[in-house]
Design a binder for this molecule. Structure first.
Ligand code: HEM
Length: 527
């Protein structure tokens, strides 16, 4: 006691002589210093041998939130080098275990339903935006049935009807948009691709009626819905803040627009339609119950939102990459001339299969710019990590980052180079998954309730995820993106404004990564 008094006594005396403001500042600094000290001590002295290493951090709660949030791929890379494929970091107070590489993707994305849970993580964000009783606001078995309904609607016949719809939307967009008047110009390409994506997706998937409403009120309402996806809403989804009030109003209004459309269509029955709403209106759950109108309406919102962010970001990246490599844009044009004829007839679904470079553009862009950089799951029972001493406890969240293996030199030579020709079988940069594709026996397929899907267990390339939550929009996205690229290439030549081969950086501020803006490119019409 005497010693403590000797040491602390004079300091306390000096502290009591300070003004109130100074006392608050000094007190806060002392509190922070003690908190940091205890947090560091805990990391150094109380390591748990059965848990993955913890990324070193100074502040509890904040942990590595800021370094992760600023640039997740760099964060994964750096810590993988330091700690190996499995490591834990603190994200907004939550212990978050990252497991990268094909084994990590498999461990998390193909995790058993008793072990991992997506809805527990996502529902706070998605339910206020989509509405009740769909996707993550229902048991997983119901989501699997909903995915089955959606997938069944996406038939080859449907895709055949979508290509001319998408082509028309693209060409008429460039005709009527003032930023593309004249022979050449400079444009921030991101908002343009966002508009093209919503017009093409809404028209193909939801029918002309709904598409026409995007010229008026629906675009603004979807923008308000979008604000519900701000990362801050993982914590503040419930708060009566202005953007949440607008989100709730938009959800009610958009849902009503769909419900009214469904009612109108039920009153005038059709037999021929190919759109998603029509298919959902004629679907029933296994227990015989017809899908209720409010669920159809909420699924329509979910589908459009799921596709919008990922496809519009991907199409913007494609255009930026083409501007950085005008030679590839020319290759694409020549590919169409050779495969489809000099007169370039109206594009069909079958034509897309004749354009391998056009397909590779989408593949290669998704390899470097997958819009979903982090896929999360809650841990429901302790999960031993095979081949290690680690067991992931239930108070951790699991995080898969398939983008890490997609940019790993072990699987993709010169991984940071955007080179669509690498997807050809005999290019110097062809990845091993193309040279030696898995044979039927090794490529295990599984049916989670929405049709057979590849487990993707050993694949380093999974931009559409894997397992029960795998994307059902992959084929639609491919048809949509390939058609958009083919039409743009027919109309324009792009290059960077300064003529360089540079590409703009990535904006990670929202849940889906996308190009930083303004992302200006120079366009010139083909004669
Ligand atoms: C799920 C990527 C386009 C609908 C996913 C997942 C990924 C993904 C990685 C898995 C998420 C997870 O495991 O938590 C992409 C990419 C796209 C795209 C890269 C475009 C380039 C679309 C489109 C639609 C769509 C166009 C709709 C037509 C869905 C749905 C799910 C999903 C319904 C399932 C969610 C679940 O089961 O939890 N997508 N997607 N996606 N996506 Fe896509």
């Amino acid at each position: 006691m005497g010693f403590l008094q000797d040491v602390a006594g004079p300091s306390l005396e000096r502290f009591s002589q300070l003004g109130l403001a100074s006392q608050i500042v000094v007190g806060t600094a002392a509190f922070l210093a003690i908190t940091v000290f205890l947090n560091v001590m805990q990391q150094v002295l109380f390591k748990k041998p059965n848990e993955p290493p913890m990324v070193f951090h100074l502040f509890p709660l904040i942990g590595s939130t800021i370094t992760y949030g600023m640039d997740p791929p760099t964060f994964f890379d750096k810590n993988r080098k330091k700690y190996g494929d499995v490591f834990t970091f603190i994200l907004l107070g939550k212990k978050t275990t990252v497991y990268v590489g094909p084994k990590g993707n498999d461990f998390i994305l193909n995790g058993k339903i008793k072990d991992v849970c997506a809805e527990e993580i996502y529902t706070v964000l998605t339910t206020p935006v989509f509405g009740k009783d769909v996707v993550y606001d229902c048991p997983n078995s119901k989501l699997m049935e909903q995915k089955k309904f959606m997938k069944i609607a996406l038939t080859t016949e449907a895709f055949r009807s979508y290509v001319p719809i998408i082509s028309d939307e693209v060409t008429s967009y460039f005709k009527r948009t003032p930023d593309f008047k004249g022979q050449s110009g400079v444009v921030n390409i991101c908002p343009k691709m966002a508009q093209i994506t919503i017009f093409t997706a809404s028209h193909a998937l939801q029918g002309k009626d709904i598409r026409d409403q995007f010229d008026e009120k629906l675009a603004d309402l979807y923008h308000d819905l979008d604000m519900g996806f701000s990362p801050i809403n993982f914590m503040l989804h419930w708060a009566p803040l202005p953007w949440n009030n607008r989100r709730d109003h938009a959800q009610r209004t958009v849902a009503k627009i769909y419900m009214d459309t469904i009612k109108r269509r039920r009153a005038n029955p059709e037999t021929e339609a190919q759109d998603m709403m029509f298919h959902l209106m004629n679907s029933s759950y296994k227990n015989g119950v017809q899908v209720p109108d409010h669920e159809i309406s909420h699924m329509m919102i979910a589908l459009l939102m799921a596709g919008q962010h990922s496809s519009s970001s991907t199409s913007a990246w494609i255009m930026l990459r083409l501007a950085s490599r005008p030679d590839i844009m020319e290759d694409l044009y020549q590919e169409q001339i050779h495969a489809l004829g000099k007169d370039l007839p109206p594009l069909t679904y079958e034509d897309l299969a004749k354009l391998p470079l056009n397909q590779a553009i989408v593949k290669e862009t998704l390899r470097l710019h997958a819009p979903i950089h982090s896929i999360m799951r809650a841990v429901k029972s302790p999960m031993p990590v095979p081949g290690t001493k680690y067991v992931i406890p239930t108070d951790h969240v699991l995080l898969a980052a398939p983008g890490v293996s997609a940019t790993d030199s072990q699987y993709f030579p010169e991984p940071d180079l955007w080179e669509p020709h690498r997807w050809e079988p005999d290019h110097p940069l062809t990845p091993s998954i193309v040279r030696n594709p898995l044979n039927e026996e090794d490529d295990e397929k599984i049916d989670y309730g929405y049709g057979l899907v590849s487990k993707g267990a050993g694949s380093p390339y999974l931009p559409f995820g894997a397992g029960r939550h795998r994307c059902i929009g992959e084929q639609f996205a491919n048809v949509q993106l390939q058609t958009i690229v083919a039409e743009v290439v027919r109309l324009f030549k792009f290059r960077n404004v300064d003529g360089s081969d540079k590409v703009i950086g990535t904006d990670y501020a929202s849940l889906f990564s996308r190009p930083l803006e303004p992302a200006n490119i120079y366009w010139e019409r083909r004669n």
